[in-house]
Design a binder for this molecule. Structure first.
Ligand code: THU
Length: 157
């Protein structure tokens, strides 16, 4: 039997140590979370996406009384970016969540959103930086592929 170890590198640094463009993503993700429509879970998620043209787009989770009809913040934002700027690669995404009036320190994207990030990354042709927002620090995963190891993509079809 062969064994394969899959490693994921997560970097972490105080907010002020990140480049200004990433600090802006942190701010935009939190602002987006405050605009979430989450009357059922009360879990307010925001995402901010940095595009290769310098544009930042943001979005939030949108829930529905028919629960599966709702959509996560990351997918709302990535789909919007893809719809509005179909030819502009995504470079980075920041994710923030607020519940009970407090920022969630250990937010991490769900599996479905990782799958969409992977597709977006392949579409971009270069790794997407994924920032997980804490109140005064951010964690970084350097690519969607490392956040979804042994992932399924178009090459499997
Ligand atoms: N949610 C997101 O927006 N992103 C994630 O990565 C995880 C979960 C939303 C979906 C739902 O509206 C609420 O958080 C609770 O699961």
């Amino acid at each position: 039997m062969e064994e394969q170890e899959v490693r994921i590198i997560v970097k972490s640094a105080p907010l002020k140590e990140w480049a200004a463009e990433y600090q802006l993503l942190h701010k935009e993700a939190i602002e987006a979370a405050s605009k979430a429509y989450a009357p059922y879970s009360h879990f307010h998620v925001g995402a901010a996406v940095l595009l290769a043209n310098g544009e930042v787009v943001s979005g939030s989770n949108q829930e529905n009384a028919a629960y599966p009809s709702g959509l996560c913040a990351e997918r709302v934002t990535l789909f919007y970016a893809g719809a509005k700027y179909p030819d502009v690669p995504v470079r980075a995404i920041a994710i923030a969540a607020i519940t009970g009036g407090k920022l969630v320190e250990g937010i991490s994207p769900c599996g479905g959103c990782r799958q969409v990030m992977l597709e977006t990354e392949i579409r971009a042709g270069a790794p997407i930086k994924i920032f997980l927002c804490g109140s005064d620090k951010m964690r970084l995963i350097d690519s969607a592929a490392s956040l979804l190891p042994i992932g399924f993509d178009g090459s499997d079809l």
